[in-house]
Design a protein. Structure first.
Length: 367
């Protein structure tokens, strides 16, 4: 008897729940009526910063540093002497080379007189043709010796000039890892100093191949894409926006086989010297689209690499596939097909909706 009453109670409870479900009105979801609008999407890409010219300065001769004529962080000019390497052995080598040239010139003069004398004596049949040819050979040898001596003098002069290490560009000096007395040479692994010209700074970043193809198809060619793309923006590593916009002026002609990425370069003016060589930031590339349908990403869900939305048709949710533009700003999609102006979709929580769900909604518009 007790079990019978329990069964009656469970049946009554189930009946009550069923009645409540039948009487419950449609679930409340926020709706969105889609319309055409102009959109600007901004995609961010991690970037590394480099001076427009970035030169690692190394010595061309071996020796001990005797002078350092700059301070770390100095602004330097093209041709300015930055380091002096011990000149004593190179001055001695030059003096030796000069002496060798003078000696070779004397030997050449003697050989020339001898050859001229032999020529005269040969015409008078005083010496043999062998003696004449020997004199001519000695003259040619003396000429070659002089040429070699002069080349060695030129090399010695160059080596002496290389003891003054000069900046090849205008720019700002990096930290200096060497001090007076350090032995350096052309094969050192760490440069004496790095000079970066930072009147303008390059930001290097990467896009995947598909994104590059989209840009080419949108503008017609890669060059037209670079010419027609709007200015890009830079956010610094501290999260603050850089005050000057930049322009993409170079795109790599190859795709990295390992990552599938294509490298790009944007140039930013740097009048306040805020950007530094070796810094980092985020480049934001805007994409302007006119008369398009934009929907929040929260209104979509993905299934088997396809994007779907729920349209509200006759008060019920209907799953609808849509094609979206590859570039997005992380919060919205631009719909290329699948929706028409005036269509109503569920604006939030699409992943929680089921096909055929009755919808009681509040409607907004994307205008």
């Amino acid at each position: 008897m007790k079990g019978f009453f329990i069964l009656l109670s469970v049946a009554a409870l189930l009946s009550s729940c069923s009645s409540k479900q039948q009487q419950e009105p449609g679930a409340k979801y926020k709706k969105l009526r889609v319309e055409f609008s102009d959109q600007t999407l901004k995609n961010g890409y991690a970037a590394s910063l480099r001076g427009r010219q970035y030169v690692e300065i190394r010595p061309q001769v071996d020796g001990i540093i005797t002078e350092i004529r700059l301070n770390e962080g100095d602004v330097v000019k093209k041709g300015q002497v930055l380091f002096v390497i011990d000149q004593v052995p190179y001055k001695a080598a030059l003096e030796t080379a000069i002496a060798n040239v003078k000696s070779a010139e004397s030997r050449l003069a003697t050989a020339r007189l001898t050859a001229e004398s032999k020529e005269e004596l040969f015409r008078e049949n005083v010496v043999s043709e062998f003696d004449l040819q020997t004199a001519r050979n000695s003259l040619a040898e003396a000429q070659a010796t002089l040429a070699q001596a002069r080349a060695e003098e030129t090399n010695a002069r160059n080596n002496l000039s290389y003891t003054e290490v000069k900046s090849p560009v205008n720019g700002v000096a990096s930290m200096i890892p060497y001090r007076v007395g350090a032995l350096v040479g052309s094969n050192i692994t760490e440069p004496l100093v790095t000079v970066s010209e930072d009147e303008s700074v390059y930001a290097y970043f990467s896009m995947n191949e598909n994104q590059i193809l989209d840009l080419v198809q949108q503008y017609g060619s890669l060059q037209k894409a670079m010419d027609g793309m709007p200015d890009v923006e830079l956010t610094l590593s501290n999260g603050k926006a850089y005050s000057h916009s930049g322009k993409i002026n170079a795109v790599s002609g190859t795709v990295d086989e390992g990552t599938g990425a294509v490298s790009l370069r944007a140039e930013f003016a740097n009048p306040e010297k805020l950007l530094r060589n070796g810094g980092s930031g985020t480049v934001f590339v805007p994409s302007h689209r006119d008369s398009v349908i934009a929907i929040p990403q929260a209104a979509t869900y993905e299934l088997q690499n396809r994007v779907f939305v729920y349209k509200v048709v006759d008060g019920k949710a209907k799953s609808t596939p849509v094609e979206v533009f590859r570039l997005n700003n992380g919060t919205e999609y631009i719909v290329e097909s699948g929706l028409l102006p005036g269509d109503v979709i569920i604006a939030e929580g699409a992943g929680l909706v089921r096909e055929g769900t009755e919808i009681e909604t509040h409607t907004t518009t994307n205008e």
